[in-house]
Design a protein around this ligand. Structure first.
Ligand SMILES: [Zn+2]
Length: 168
């Protein structure tokens, strides 16, 4: 990444490092599910068994998390229906991200356990990270200066528009 991009993204990563060193008291996924203000919580989509929420500390624009509603941390705790729902919603998330931001590729996966990098190991969540050639082409979409202050809300609104146009 260029120095300019490092500076733009560094504040979020720094905040993440500050909060990640201590065990979180609550569960941001369960809190978002229960809060009832989906846009404020960046909760993008509620499916029957699973949800899509935006990552507050994104590696890239449009970085989404897919999680079951149930607060479970082991793969064996997932029902087959939940496992299938995660796959189905992952497909939807990619379709909506394609429509909203036209990425060139995706990294999709699960960090299982804190040693593997899971920030919240007690509540399973899969990452969907859009990728662009050079990972800089997304900048003009939002405008460089606005990335930090308005980036997440703008991304949320763009994705909600794509979801509504596709009929949810
Ligand atoms: Zn939870």
């Amino acid at each position: 990444m260029s120095d300019k991009l490092d500076r733009l993204w560094a504040p979020w990563r720094l905040e993440y490092i500050k909060t990640a060193v201590k065990e979180p008291d609550g569960c941001f996924l369960c809190e978002a599910i229960e809060a009832g203000n989906d846009r404020d919580r960046l909760l993008l989509h509620r499916d029957e068994l699973v949800l899509i929420i935006m990552n507050l500390y994104p590696y890239n624009n449009g970085h989404l998390l897919i999680a079951p509603y149930r607060h479970i941390g082991e793969l064996d705790d997932l029902s087959t229906d939940e496992l299938n729902a995660i796959s189905e919603v992952t497909r939807k998330a990619v379709r909506w991200l394609d429509k909203a931001f036209n990425p060139h590729g995706y990294n999709i996966g699960l960090n299982l356990g804190r040693a593997a990098g899971a920030g919240l190991p007690a509540h399973l969540h899969w990452h969907v990270v859009p990728r662009w050639d050079g990972d800089s082409n997304f900048m003009p979409v939002l405008g460089c200066v606005k990335v930090i202050s308005d980036g997440l809300a703008s991304t949320y609104d763009e994705l909600r528009k794509a979801i509504e146009e596709e009929g949810g």
